[in-house]
Design a protein around this ligand. Structure first.
Ligand code: MTE
Length: 300
C-alpha cells in the first residue's frame, strides 16, 4: 500500500521551491504564498491586555444579533443550524497591489492566536469572548494597499435561500460595514475563525468574522465574503438604515448616550447586575496612538 503522508524531503523541497519563487517575485498574490508568508510570521502581536474572565460559552452562542437569520436573538442559532458554507470564498481586493481569493480550506489554514476581548452591543448587553483569529494587519500587509486606499469595506454573504432574513427588506442586503485603514491596521483588529478553541459557530459568524473590540458590536460583521480597499468612507448597513442612531465610527463611549437610552452601563450576558461601560470598551490605552487624546472623549 502506498503511504499517504508526503515524505519530509518532498515537503521541504516544495517549501523551499515556494520560498524561492516568492523571492523571485513569482506566484504573487496566490493563496499559497499568503499561507506560506503568514505561517512564517506571528499571527498576533503580544498585547498588554487586562486579564478578564470569559463569559460562559452557552450564553455567547444562544443570544445573537444576526438579522440574516432572525431578529429574535434566541432563535438565531436554531434557524442557522443547517447553514452550509462549504463552498465559501473570501475575496480581498479593490485598491491593493495583490488581490487574493481564499477558499474555505485556505481560510481555515490561516495561522491564529487567541485574543480574549470584551464585546459591547449598542443595545446595552456585553460579553467577554476568547476568539481565535489573525490580525487583519497581517493580511493587509500581504495584499499591499495602494496609497489612495483609506478605508476597508466588508460585505457579508448574500444567500437568501439559506438566510430567511435576507428575504425581508430590513436592510439592503448584504450586511455591509467599514472601518478606516488605520483602524484595520491596528493590532487589536482581528479576523476571527474560532472561539472557545473551536471553529466559529454559525450564529457567531462562521466561517470568518471581523472583531473590532473597541467598537459597538454592529461593526464586527459576520460571515465575510468580501473585503474591498476603497478611497471613500463606506456606509454600514445600520448607518444606512437608521442614520440618527448609528454612526460610521461606532466607538464605545459611555459619555455619549444613544438617542433613546444611556450608554453608561451594560448587562453582561448570564448576569443580573449591570456594570459600568468603559471608554472605548476598556481599550483606550491601546488606542492612544490611533486617536489623539483630545478627540477620544468626543468620538461616536
Ligand atoms: N453581522 C451580520 N452579517 N449580520 C448581523 O446582523 N449583527 C451585528 C454583528 N455582526 C450582525 C453582524 C451586531 S448588532 C452585533 S451586537 C454582533 O454581530 C453580535 O455578535 P454575536 O452574536 O457573536 O454576539
Amino acid at each position: 500500500m502506498r503511504a499517504r503522508i508526503t515524505p519530509k524531503r518532498t515537503f521541504l523541497g516544495r517549501r523551499s521551491f515556494i520560498k524561492k519563487a516568492i523571492s523571485a517575485g513569482l506566484l504573487c498574490g496566490s493563496p499559497l504564498v499568503l499561507a506560506e508568508t503568514l505561517s512564517d510570521s506571528i499571527a498576533c502581536k503580544k498585547l498588554l491586555l487586562d486579564p478578564i474572565s470569559s463569559t460562559q460559552k452557552k450564553f455567547v452562542t444562544s443570544y445573537n444579533n444576526y438579522y440574516e437569520f432572525s431578529t429574535n436573538k434566541k432563535m438565531v442559532r436554531h434557524i442557522a443550524k443547517e447553514f452550509d458554507y462549504s463552498d465559501w470564498t473570501l475575496n480581498i481586493g479593490g485598491l491593493v497591489e495583490n488581490p487574493i481569493t481564499l477558499n474555505l480550506k485556505q481560510i481555515m489554514a490561516l495561522p491564529t492566536c487567541e485574543r480574549v476581548y470584551r464585546l459591547r452591543c449598542i443595545e446595552g448587553w456585553s460579553a467577554v469572548i476568547p476568539w481565535q483569529g489573525i490580525e487583519l494587519q497581517r493580511i493587509l500587509e500581504f495584499v499591499k494597499p495602494l496609497s489612495n486606499a483609506k478605508f476597508v469595506k466588508f460585505e457579508s454573504v448574500f444567500d437568501p435561500k439559506q438566510m430567511p432574513g435576507q428575504r425581508t427588506s430590513n436592510f439592503s442586503w448584504p450586511y455591509v460595514e467599514g472601518i478606516t485603514l488605520d483602524e484595520a491596521m491596528h493590532p487589536l483588529t482581528i479576523l476571527a475563525t474560532g472561539m472557545y478553541s473551536e471553529s466559529l459557530p454559525v450564529q457567531n459568524g462562521a466561517p470568518i468574522r471581523l472583531v473590532v473590540p473597541w467598537k459597538y458590536g454592529y461593526k464586527s460583521i459576520k460571515a465575510i465574503q468580501q473585503l474591498t480597499l476603497v478611497e471613500e468612507q463606506p456606509q454600514g448597513s445600520w448607518q444606512q438604515a437608521v442614520p440618527s442612531e448609528y454612526g460610521f465610527y461606532g466607538n464605545v463611549n459611555p459619555n455619549v448616550p444613544h438617542p433613546r437610552w444611556s450608554q453608561r452601563r451594560e448587562l453582561p450576558l448570564g448576569e443580573n447586575k449591570k456594570v459600568r461601560t468603559k471608554l472605548l470598551n476598556g481599550y483606550a490605552r491601546q488606542l492612544e496612538r490611533l486617536y489623539s487624546p483630545d478627540i477620544i472623549d468626543t468620538l461616536f
